[in-house]
Design a protein. Structure first.
Length: 317
């Protein structure tokens, strides 16, 4: 999809997250601070200082998330839609075990990252160069996620539409404790271009709309914090990052989304993610594109964990 530019000190608990627990205890602030320092991996720009701790029920940095990305209508958009559900879920659980083995100090949990608004190369009936997936498909992803107690991320490639138009249409899902949000600047075509012809962009103002909306849902429905994923593999994809506002109701992840060889991916992560800190980081791995040009290999969990800071969100496409 994207162009080729591109922990905890105690033993892991086997306790599953209860997404419907409305009596969540306040977070352990000392543990939170130690984990944030731990994942900084010695990078002096990290952890980012914030005035508030997250609300009770916060997933990060107490867990690392390993997600499968894709769309149920396409085998080419990611591993989520490439295999039959049972095969895909088994493969995801195997990756979770791999990451758990690589870092035994932080519990690893699975997620399904579903592209529910897909960019299109033609205007379509709505003239927005985007296509919204039917709710029945989102329901099927929720059903699959429930079978392995996984999180769900709903991702948007808005084309010529806007976050103000698209995000509220997902409120019925986003008010669920286990459902979170992702947005993809690559396909946000503010200049009127056709998606896929050039790389799009979001500004901090767009990001702040999304996080404010999510924070409002958390307050309205008495939810644990939402996780918000923002993909990036060029500087222009996210402008004015210093103006991004954080909320205790939202945990923000800047996800390095580029594909290519190991060194290119590491350099992209440094320049576009690590050098422009916001709160948490993510890293995307491509089963096919990362090994497109031999002798390239897909980075291993051990190699990714050596990044500074260490990502807490891992996505496979």
């Amino acid at each position: 999809m994207a162009a080729a530019l591109l922990l905890c000190f105690s033993k892991v608990s086997a306790t599953k997250i209860n997404f419907r627990d409305t009596t969540l205890k306040p977070i352990d602030t000392a543990l939170y601070d130690s984990l944030m320092l731990k994942i900084a991996n010695g990078n002096k720009k990290w952890p980012v200082k914030t005035k508030d701790y997250p609300l009770p029920g916060a997933i990060l940095p107490f867990h690392r998330i390993v997600a499968f990305y894709g769309n149920m209508y396409s085998k080419n958009m990611g591993v989520l839609g490439e295999y039959p559900p049972k095969v895909m879920l088994k493969k995801l659980q195997e990756e979770v075990k791999n990451w758990q083995k690589a870092d035994t100090g932080i519990q690893v949990i699975p997620a399904l990252h579903y592209i529910c608004v897909t960019a299109q190369g033609y205007p379509g009936n709505n003239k927005f160069y985007s296509l919204r997936m039917p709710f029945k498909q989102i329901d099927s992803v929720l059903h699959m996620a429930a079978s392995i107690n996984a999180l769900v991320f709903l991702d948007m490639q808005i084309g010529h539409s806007s976050l103000e138009r698209e995000i509220p249409l997902l409120e019925k899902y986003l008010k669920m404790p286990n459902v979170h949000l992702g947005i993809d600047p690559e396909f946000a075509m503010k200049d009127g271009s056709v998606p896929g012809k050039r790389i799009g962009t979001f500004d901090a103002e767009d990001v702040n709309y999304a996080t404010k909306y999510l924070a409002g849902l958390v307050k309205k429905y008495n939810l644990p914090p939402k996780i918000f994923i923002l993909h990036r593999f060029t500087r222009h994809m996210v402008t004015n990052y210093k103006n991004i506002k954080l909320h205790p109701e939202v945990q923000f992840v800047m996800d390095m989304d580029g594909w290519g060889g190991p060194q290119l991916k590491k350099d992209s992560y440094k320049y576009f993610i690590a050098d422009e800190p916001v709160q948490f980081t993510g890293f995307k791995l491509f089963y096919k594109n990362d090994i497109k040009n031999p002798p390239h290999h897909m980075l291993t969990p051990k190699e990714v964990l050596q990044l500074k800071p260490a990502p807490v969100y891992i996505q496979y496409q």
